[in-house]
Design a protein around this ligand. Structure first.
Ligand SMILES: *Cc1c(COP(=O)(O)O)cnc(C)c1O
Length: 399
């Protein structure tokens, strides 16, 4: 390929219009199902929520599902249900969105960041084991980019140490671990329905679980800590009576959102298939570029392809990630970076976390670039991204 003039240097951009890294796909059927709820008797706490929960439970193979107002609220609920409290340690990865660790802080617990596997970028089970103390209460693996973490190893460690496993599956709706859908495997699994995720409700989240006890705690936590269940009441003054038994939150999703979720979930199969095809096209088209490393997939998992991340081989490039990122943006390619290691954030620094604790995640952070990937993209969009990547990498290659 010739060294055509980069857009950042005044050349013509590869694309005339900006391609975002992710966005929702909403069709007429989605719109209709929201309109139907708006015209019905319930716009919140009605039948659409239970339907959405039942649909997610069926899809994931879990016994129970509890919808929340966001994935973050769902993680908070899971930490409460897991009994995480003051001083408890919870192991998670720094290569994630802050919410995966913030939920531990909400409960007064302490996130313990453990480094990632350099191939899959998921939590390294060996390091999880080494970081367990008598204060450890739970593990929160994140299925980074949609590729499931090594759950068998993590669940075995959890069993041996009496820990709760809460999967952050915000990237992994529809992903499979050893032919089993994510959501039915460990104690609790969180899904997010933010617009960049596989299906959307605007804002929204879900916890799936197979344990009735956790299910009941999650329901109560979502509604102020209130219950109306006869068996659980300490007193009963009459048919109006309910009790607030612990300090919960209003973390309910609305029926308006749930109806969108129900409609979106009907298309999950085609959404995932599309993401998979686009990812395969990236892999085929970018495979020959020596200056970048493509996502490595383990053979016993089936990714749901939330993100497609390139790892730059900085030793073969004359520029850093920042220049390459900016150059791709100028070509109208909406690249992104996932993620700033959680403990780099000033708030975490103020809690005493220091740089250097997870060297692999930190070096990945310097090298990662996320390419656009969502079900609404087509072959042509991928080829534009490929062209831009080739153009920019060729320019900055030191060969
Ligand atoms: C999106 C996301 C969340 C939070 O979900 P929200 O629905 O936006 O609150 C948590 N963890 C990860 C890894 C995410 O990508």
């Amino acid at each position: 390929m010739s060294k055509s003039k980069l857009a950042i240097h005044g050349g013509a951009p590869v694309r005339a219009h900006y391609l975002p890294y992710g966005k929702q796909v909403i069709d007429e059927m989605d719109i209709q199902s929201v309109v139907e709820v708006l015209q019905s008797d319930f716009i919140t706490s009605g039948p659409a929520i239970e339907q959405f929960e039942a649909d997610i439970a069926r899809f994931t193979g879990a016994k129970y599902a509890v919808a929340f107002s966001s994935g973050t609220a769902a993680l908070h609920g899971a930490c409460h249900a897991a009994g995480i409290g003051e001083g408890d340690e919870v192991i998670t990865t720094p290569m994630t969105f802050a919410a995966s660790a913030n939920c531990v802080l909400y409960q007064g617990g302490k996130p313990v960041f453990v480094d990632i596997d350099p191939l899959t970028y998921n939590l390294d089970p060996k390091l999880v084991k080494e970081n367990i103390t008598e204060k450890t209460k739970a593990i929160i693996p994140v299925h980074f980019t949609g590729q499931p973490a090594q759950l068998d190893e993590i669940i075995t460690i959890a069993r041996e140490n009496n820990l709760v496993v809460i999967e952050d599956a915000a990237h992994a709706l529809g992903a499979k671990y050893k032919n089993k859908r994510i959501g039915s495997i460990s104690d609790m699994t969180m899904f997010s329905f933010h617009p960049v995720k596989h299906i959307t409700t605007g804002e929204g989240g879900m916890i799936t679980t197979n344990k009735e006890e956790l299910y009941k705690k999650l329901l109560q936590f979502r509604t102020h800590g209130i219950t109306r269940e006869q068996k659980l009441l300490r007193e009963n003054h009459g048919p109006w009576y309910y009790e607030m038994q612990f300090l919960g939150f209003n973390y309910r999703i609305t029926d308006i959102q749930a109806s969108l979720g129900i409609s979106q979930l009907k298309k999950i199969g085609s959404f995932i298939e599309k993401r998979k095809q686009l990812a395969e096209l990236y892999t085929k088209e970018l495979g020959s570029i020596e200056e970048i490393i493509l996502p490595h997939q383990l053979s016993d998992v089936d990714s749901s392809w939330h993100l497609y991340i390139l790892k730059l081989q900085l030793s073969q490039l004359t520029a850093g990630r920042k220049e390459i990122f900016q150059a791709l943006q100028k070509e109208n390619i909406g690249v992104n970076v996932h993620y700033i290691p959680v403990y780099f954030h000033p708030y975490y620094e103020s809690l005493g976390f220091q740089k250097g604790i997870c060297p692999i995640a930190e070096s990945c952070y310097k090298e990662f670039i996320t390419l656009p990937l969502y079900a609404g993209m087509d072959h042509r969009d991928v080829m534009d991204v490929v062209e831009a990547v080739k153009k920019v990498i060729t320019y900055y290659s030191n060969k």
